[in-house]
Ligand binder design. Structure first.
Ligand code: FEO
Length: 166
């Protein structure tokens, strides 16, 4: 069964969102680096790489289903942020938006009885639970650190132990 045009367009839109996430997180990484927070910079950079991986999953899926990948413009992310907390809160909110868009994709796949796309999206639905959990935890811990620079540096060291883009 071929992908419908509607499903293909929606998957291409999601492909763009994943690259936009990567671009946003890379910009956040640059900010963290400039703020002398190498741990957060590394975490954001790995997060950006992870998003490229998500985009490529969709790219490959479109290809596997004989669909057409149509790359779209990726909007410019902000380059300046008020604080590390604003950055992490931004990631958390952004991930909530990504979850909503994955759920919309799933609803289209359900409406079209496109079982292959539903199965494909299961991985993303599970992944979004993890993404929201980790970013909420990080935001809450940054909140706890408040204005305590020592706590911020300790947290920076800890988040810098992240070693893979998963
Ligand atoms: Fe691709 Fe962080 O969602």
């Amino acid at each position: 069964m071929a992908l419908s045009k509607k499903m293909q367009d929606a998957l291409n839109d999601q492909l763009q969102r994943e690259f936009h996430s990567a671009y946003l997180y890379l910009s956040m990484s640059a900010y963290c680096s400039a703020e002398n927070l190498p741990g957060f910079a590394k975490w954001m950079r790995l997060q950006a790489q992870e998003e490229v991986g998500h985009a490529m999953r969709i790219f490959d899926y479109l290809d596997d289903r004989a669909g057409r990948v149509v790359l779209q413009a990726v909007e410019r992310p902000p380059s300046q942020f008020k604080s590390p907390l604003e950055v992490v809160e931004g990631v958390r909110k952004h991930e909530e938006g990504v979850t909503a868009s994955i759920h919309k994709l799933y609803a289209i796949a359900q409406a079209e009885a496109d079982y292959a796309t539903q199965t494909f999206l299961h991985w993303f639905i599970t992944e979004q639970v993890e993404e929201e959990k980790s970013t909420t935890q990080l935001a809450e811990r940054l909140c706890m650190a408040g204005d305590n620079k020592g706590a911020l540096l300790l947290l920076d060291r800890e988040v810098g132990t992240r070693s893979s883009a998963e």
